[in-house]
Design a protein. Structure first.
Length: 171
């Protein structure tokens, strides 16, 4: 019953176009493994930010492979953590998520277990990078993967900052 009411709450918010706040996301999506919610939320945020849905899907595929590390289930509650301390579907570092979400109460656990929160932070970061690089999606992806400082240093010394990751996400 709780799962159904959560789905209805999320869909209602989507239908009325309510802006998602961090508290809404934490309350609406609390560790419920539901592909529909995750995929619909990606679609919703991509439409809001004029991001291609396929780009975000490809980024997630490259970052976390949409899987639980233990059992290979697609989507849902995941405990994905990289060796670089990046978390969740979109493999965000905690400091990046705190900056883009403007919420110092976020934890690694939030980023690993709340897919909607992780997606929201990842899309906000992509949008910020896209604006920073004046709409250049290749530089945006390079900075998402390698970091802004590395990309800017490469640009400064006239070195190509793009790597295989960028081409993999864009294919």
């Amino acid at each position: 019953m709780k799962r159904l009411s959560t789905v209805i709450s999320l869909l209602t918010l989507l239908m009325i176009g309510m802006t998602f706040s961090i508290s809404n996301i934490k309350n609406i999506y609390t560790q419920i493994p539901n592909e529909y919610i995750v995929l619909k939320y990606i679609e919703y945020r991509c439409q809001q930010e004029s991001l291609p849905i396929k780009l975000v899907h490809s980024l997630i595929q490259n970052e976390s492979n949409w899987k639980f590390p233990e059992n290979g289930k697609i989507l849902g509650v995941r405990l994905v953590k990289s060796n670089k301390k990046a978390y969740g579907l979109m493999q965000l570092q905690l400091s990046t998520a705190v900056d883009v979400m403007m919420d110092s109460t976020l934890t690694e656990y939030d980023l690993m277990t709340n897919d909607v929160l992780n997606i929201d932070a990842g899309i906000r970061y992509l949008v910020w990078l896209r604006k920073y690089y004046h709409g250049n999606i290749r530089l945006t992806l390079a900075a998402y993967n390698r970091g802004i400082k590395r990309v800017n240093n490469d640009l400064k010394i006239r070195k190509n900052p793009l790597n295989n990751y960028v081409y993999s996400v864009l294919k």
